[in-house]
Design a protein. Structure first.
Length: 349
């Protein structure tokens, strides 16, 4: 829970600022500690100030001007840790976070849970860009970001708890891609994948639905049951995804296989090739489980989200032939451990 600091402090231009966390639809609060000195943020940011009882947002630094140490120090001196950006500038802000995420991971002054928020927000923004324009540059950005995500997971002791807490359960293609990447990478780590394998896996699963960029949004967002022809078109997205990667110069065997095989089932009933369990690579088997689990636990236009236990029951009773038995058993154990950690954290608060 965010604590309110009601202390009024003198600030620039003889105004006074109150650190309030009221919701202003046109502005987004950000932590001042996230901003790196001697960099251009790329968007204007503001202070919430109060003068004679009138609250307003005052420009503190323009995005095209270097954020210098004296501006940071003035905030620190006055114990001000919240700044604001305009909602319309979220993309620019998260691009800045994405470009500086290596430094953010290493910064011990930024709390672990705040790093997670930055990671998740930047990842959603990146995948949104990717689906709006799957050009080479955005695919390369995705690969780089996947490596940074894995570094964060390996270095932050609280990464698993923080990520599992922040995942959004409203279905959009880009939030789904980020959810399965975060959740899938944590699970893959738990069953022993090494750092390089995790980075290839995370990159591949972030890109797993990139083929949907070649399918109309009307079809992807259609409410109700798809026709036979519509479903046949949707089933082409794994092959389309590999085409997108190869046209962008990405021919990594592991990543292409995840994109191609994430709808293959252990009993050969999946698509696009009807491969059986022994014909599917390990990372694709993991992706299949995570993809289904996130779909079941996320609100969609045609179905409400199931809870974790109900989703597992559904997968066990109606879809067990889809999954590798050993990996699915590992996944059930992994969820149990996640639940234990959540309970322990709540008990310790």
């Amino acid at each position: 829970m965010i604590k309110r600091n009601k202390k009024l402090v003198d600030i620039i231009d003889n105004d006074t600022v109150t650190e309030k966390y009221d919701k202003f639809p046109e502005y987004l609060p950000i932590d001042a500690s996230n901003l790196k000195v001697d960099t251009k943020i790329g968007c204007d940011f503001y202070l919430l100030v109060e003068t004679n009882g009138d609250r307003k947002f005052n420009l503190y630094c323009r995005g095209n001007i270097v954020y210098e140490s004296d501006k940071r120090d003035r905030l620190l001196e006055k114990n001000i840790n919240k700044l604001y950006i305009k909602n319309e500038d979220q993309q620019k802000y998260y691009e800045y976070m994405e470009n500086n995420f290596i430094d953010i991971i290493a910064d011990t002054n930024i709390p672990s849970d705040e790093k997670t928020k930055i990671l998740y927000g930047a990842a959603k923004n990146l995948v949104k860009d990717l689906f709006n324009n799957p050009r080479t540059g955005n695919i390369e950005r995705t690969k780089t970001f996947a490596c940074n995500m894995v570094d964060y997971i390996l270095k932050e002791s609280n990464a698993s708890y923080n990520l599992l807490t922040i995942l959004v359960h409203e279905y959009y293609t880009y939030t789904h891609s980020v959810n399965v990447a975060a959740f899938g990478t944590l699970f893959a780590q738990s069953i022993g994948l090494g750092e390089n394998e995790l980075k290839s896996f995370c990159s591949g699963i972030l890109l797993h639905d990139v083929g949907k960029t070649r399918i109309s949004t009307e079809l992807l967002n259609k409410k109700g049951k798809l026709t036979k022809d519509e479903y046949a078109m949707v089933k082409k997205h794994p092959e389309m995804g590999v085409e997108v990667l190869k046209e962008s110069g990405i021919e990594s065997h592991e990543e292409c296989l995840i994109v191609l095989q994430h709808h293959e089932n252990a009993d050969g009933s999946g698509y696009p090739y009807g491969l059986r369990n022994n014909e599917v690579q390990l990372c694709s088997k993991i992706a299949r489980i995570i993809d289904v689990y996130d779909a079941l636990t996320t609100n969609r236009s045609y179905a409400k989200a199931l809870g974790p236990f109900a989703a597992l029951v559904e997968m066990k009773e109606k879809m067990s032939n889809y999954f590798d038995e050993e990996i699915f058993a590992d996944f059930i154990r992994f969820l149990g451990l996640c639940d234990q950690r959540r309970t322990q954290r709540k008990d310790n608060k």
